[in-house]
Design a protein around this ligand. Structure first.
Ligand SMILES: Nc1nc2c(ncn2[C@@H]2O[C@H](COP(=O)(O)OP(=O)(O)OP(=O)(O)O)[C@@H](O)[C@H]2O)c(=O)[nH]1
Ligand SMILES: [Mg+2]
Length: 500
């Protein structure tokens, strides 16, 4: 490659050696037109391109070579050193056995990464968050991202937060951090970076190209979990629609970038062909899926009217993911739907009958959990399902009272309900997992939110809830308040809007 006195543009490089945590298999030897050691750009390239070695040979005024400066990357070490700069040497006296050095370095990298079970094909990721304020909030959010990653069967190696004055429009994070990230992926043997922020198509591409790794964001991670979990026809159609809508603006001409972007985790994204054909196909497919969803909607309307004829009230359990909604449905109706300690265990919610005395029956339905920054593509795709909640006679907003940020979670749920236009049915707040919380706290919460506290997995704790449901659906007792007692005026509006 030929550059000028100031810079040298390195084109995208094909990887020579394959395999995780391996160096690129390339050494970069270039000249410096003066007595200058390796500079910041040299070391940046060494790290970001994961070169075997970076060498700069000084050129003297008479055109003869001066000193050769060289450096290589270092495996994880206690001192946190990222690279080793070798002492300057005249080129004729460079006696490094490169192959042996690189070989032993790679061995060290592999050792430092720790053993991996044979046949463990899970992605190994570093999580990254870039924010301009609120580091604490970013760290909390990364905790949630870690759980999402686990649910997607990804091994989380590390999680980093970068606080910046300003978000870099091209790379999101600063160059220095990008370099640190590149070295870290090598040191830890990561093959995936997950950003907590939504990446623009350009950012995802630039980062992925700069450090030659698969890069995804929170949205893609959630979409991937949904794709893995959806098993019903409805669920699958809705998830595919969301995935394609996310994908469309991210398609591009270059195939190599595409494979990294569209693959998702475990390559669940749609396959790939050339750019235009693919774009057209995606659009056509989106159109077909939308038609199918519309048809499903019609079918559901019919089902609903059947139900309405039988005059059975409907109770829908809504809430943040992992609140215990499915567990509650199981306990209430003595069923065995899959409940698990992970986000988005339920994607194909079921409905069950619940019998009350005097031959009364209701239908209880579970729902897909809510989460902060639920991808807009998913909201759009699941809109039809979620809008069904509108015809519910009662929404139970289930809250995991043992979660350190349950109040933020409640805000998220209330916000999403509003966004979905679900202000109509009355909402009863129910605090779950009371076994994990100090009784005094639950008591206060119940008073504040006019709520009930339960332990969903223990049916013995449910009678007060059942009594309350009865009184709301058939009794003359007042409707639950939608908002904490201190919000005046809202109370009256809620009572008027509800149906007793
Ligand atoms: N300690 C305690 N754990 C509970 C209680 N209720 C549910 N859990 C646990 O909480 C976890 C999540 O329960 P799920 O019923 O799957 O929660 P969900 O709201 O349906 O979650 P998604 O479907 O993933 O949105 C499971 O591990 C349950 O065993 C409870 O009252 N106390
Ligand atoms: Mg569930």
């Amino acid at each position: 490659m030929v550059g000028d006195a100031r810079s040298l543009e390195i084109p995208p490089l094909e990887r020579v050696r394959q395999g995780m945590g391996r160096l690129q298999g390339l050494r970069c030897v270039h000249t410096h037109l003066g007595p200058e050691p390796l500079n910041k750009d040299d070391l940046n390239d060494l790290a970001i391109l994961r070169l075997d070695m970076m060498v700069a040979v000084e050129v003297q005024p008479d055109g003869l070579p001066g000193m050769a400066h060289s450096a290589h990357l270092l495996p994880s070490n206690a001192a946190g050193k990222q690279w080793e700069v070798l002492p300057p040497t005249p080129p004729s006296q460079l006696e490094v056995n490169f192959l042996r050095l690189v070989h032993s370095l790679e061995e060290e990298f592999a050792r430092a990464q720790g053993v991996r079970e044979l046949g463990d094909t899970r992605d190994r990721a570093i999580l990254m968050s870039v924010v301009t304020s609120d580091r604490l909030g970013a760290e909390e959010s990364l905790t949630e991202l870690t759980e999402l990653a686990r649910a997607a069967n990804i091994v989380v190696l590390d999680a980093l937060v970068q606080l910046r004055h300003q978000i870099d429009p091209k790379y999101l994070l600063g160059r220095g951090k990008l370099r640190e990230l590149a070295i870290k992926t090598l040191q830890l043997g990561a093959d995936l970076i997950v950003f907590d922020q939504e990446l623009t198509p350009t950012q995802a591409r630039s980062i992925s190209e700069a450090i030659d790794l698969k890069v995804i964001d929170r949205t893609q991670l959630i979409l991937d979990i949904f794709a893995k979990r959806a098993s019903s026809r409805d669920g699958k159609i809705q998830v595919e629609l969301a995935q394609l809508k996310y994908l469309l603006p991210r398609l591009r001409t270059k195939e190599s970038g595409l494979s990294r972007l569209t693959g998702g985790i475990g390559s669940r994204g749609p396959g790939e062909t050339t750019f235009e054909i693919q774009r057209r196909r995606v659009r056509e497919r989106i159109h077909r899926l939308e038609q199918q969803i519309e048809a499903l909607r019609g079918g559901r309307r019919q089902k609903r009217s059947l139900r309405e004829r039988k005059d059975m009230p409907v109770i829908s359990i809504v809430g943040y993911t992992n609140a215990g909604k499915t567990t509650l449905l199981n306990s209430l109706t003595n069923s065995h739907a899959w409940a698990a300690d992970q986000p988005f265990a339920t994607l194909d919610p079921m409905s069950r009958r619940l019998r009350f005395p005097e031959d009364r029956e209701v239908i209880v339905t579970d729902t897909v959990g809510f989460i902060r920054h639920l991808p807009k593509e998913l909201i759009a795709a699941f809109r039809a399902t979620l809008e069904e909640l509108r015809s519910a006679d009662l929404l139970i907003h289930l809250v995991d009272a043992s979660h350190p940020h349950f109040e933020d979670q409640m805000d998220t749920v209330v916000g999403l309900l509003k966004e979905l236009g679900l202000d109509e049915p009355p909402v009863l707040t129910v605090f779950n997992k009371r076994d994990q919380v100090a009784p005094q706290l639950t008591q206060n919460l119940c008073r504040l939110y006019d709520a009930i506290a339960i332990e969903a997995r223990n049916p013995a704790t449910l009678p007060p809830l059942i009594a309350r449901i009865q009184s709301i659906l058939w009794g003359q007792f007042p409707l639950p308040r939608r908002y904490p007692a201190d919000e005046e005026g809202v109370l009256e509006a809620a009572a008027m809007g509800g149906r007793g």
